[in-house]
Design a protein. Structure first.
Length: 201
């Protein structure tokens, strides 16, 4: 089995990263109470946990005798797909009640796509060699997803293309909200000047 050493290492890494995620979750409640983004932070934690658990179980099943990776890809792909779609629905409903960032409309559909591809490989990569290759590929992908979402859970950003686009969208929204204020202040100043002129007259 050419991927044995890889899956042995990925089991250890997945276990360690899952433990670190719980450390991040112990910090998250304080940030949730301060920022008020509880629904969004819950979705970030859920996607990070699901991605790391996916990598852990794919690695464990790959070490068992036989070719159980296609079945595991189907099960965990469907589970990840349905859970992430549920988070999208929750965030969509909460968008009018809580201030949400511009990241989730991009990141969550991308994660949905990844889980969909994982489920599809259960039917396209059925041989032992192709299934191991597909399993190893998704283990690395979901490691990246889990680490990125855990990083985001702590309120940190990596400075990538998504962060650049989101920061510009945030500035555009703030500028749109702050745009009418100078006009209102000028109108208020003119009203005060007219009232002072009337009093002096």
């Amino acid at each position: 089995m050419p991927y044995t050493n890889f899956f042995l290492g990925s089991v250890t890494v997945a276990g360690a990263l899952t433990g670190l995620l719980f450390v991040a979750l112990s910090v998250a409640p304080q940030r949730q109470s301060e920022s008020g983004l509880s629904v969004e932070h819950q979705s970030i934690a859920a996607t990070a946990f699901t991605a790391l658990v996916d990598s852990l179980w794919i690695s464990l099943i790959a070490l068992l005798p036989g070719n159980g990776i296609p079945t595991a890809n189907l099960i965990f792909g469907v589970l990840g797909l349905t859970s992430t779609v549920g988070l999208v629905v929750r965030l969509w409903r909460a968008r009018s009640d809580q201030p949400l960032s511009h990241r989730w409309p991009v990141s969550l559909p991308f994660i949905v796509l990844l889980y969909g591809l994982q489920a599809v490989t259960a039917f396209t990569a059925t041989s032992s060699r192709s299934a191991e290759h597909a399993g190893a590929t998704f283990v690395m992908i979901f490691f990246a997803v889990g680490i990125a979402r855990s990083w985001e859970l702590l309120g940190l950003r990596g400075g990538g293309l998504l962060d650049l686009l989101v920061s510009r969208a945030d500035r555009g929204g703030q500028a749109g909200q702050a745009g009418p204020r100078p006009d209102l202040s000028r109108k208020a100043e003119s009203a005060v000047a007219e009232s002072e002129a009337a009093d002096s007259g």
